[in-house]
Design a protein around this ligand. Sequence first.
Ligand code: CA
Length: 236
Amino acid sequence: MSARILIVEDEEPLTMLLRYNLESEGYEVHTAARGDEADTLIREARPDLIVLDWMLPGLSGIELCRRLRARPETMQLPIIMLTARGEESERIRGLSTGADDYIVKPFSVPELLARVRALLRRSSPERVSNLLSAGDIELDREKKRVSRNGKPVDLGPTEFRLLEFLMERPGRVFSREQLLDGVWGSEIYIDERTVDVHVGRLRKALNHGHAADPIRTVRGAGYALDDRFGKIEKSA
Ligand code: CA
C-alpha cells in the first residue's frame, strides 16, 4: 500500500508539479488549495504526510500545523512546511511551528522528494520502497547499491541518481534538460552535454559483460530506460 500525501498549496503550478513528481514515485496524492479545506480533508482521511505551504487562504499553514499538533490523531503526523525565502523563513526558524521539516522556496524537486522519503522512512517505513528493479537490474535507494544479474555494479553518485531517476519512470523519454532538472536540480547551471557524458559512464558500468543495453537513446529527444527490458516493481 502506497503512502498518502496531502499537498496544501495555493500556487496551482507548484501543486501540479509536486503532484506529478510524487505520483511518479508511487505515492497516492491529494491536494487542497486552502488551509480550512485541508483541515476538513485531514479529518475525513488522515494522510501519511503533509506538504504544507506557509501562506494560504482560509487558514495559514502555521495555524493549521498548530491545530494538527493539538489533536491526538494528528499529533505525530509528518509535516513538511514550504516557506518563501526572506522574512517568513527567518521567522519560521525562530518559531516552534511543530513541523518536522521545512524547505525554502524556490526548491529543487529532487530535494523535496528526498525529504519526503526520509520523513516517511522514519514514520511509516512499510510504506516506502527502497528497492527498484527493471529487468535484471536492481537498485537499493537506501544502501545506494546497484546490481545487474546479481552482480554488483559500481556507480558514481551522479550515475546512481541518473539510474534511479530513469528506473522510477521506465519507458518514458527524457530530454537532456529534463534529466538535468530531475537529477542535478534546476538551480545548478550545467551544460546539457554533461548529461551525455554521465549516460555514457552509466552505460559502460551497467553493460560491462552484458549483451543488452537497457538505456535507449532517442534521436533528437533524449534518453529512456527501455520498458521492454522489464516492468518496474516496487517493494518495501
Ligand atoms: Ca502560498
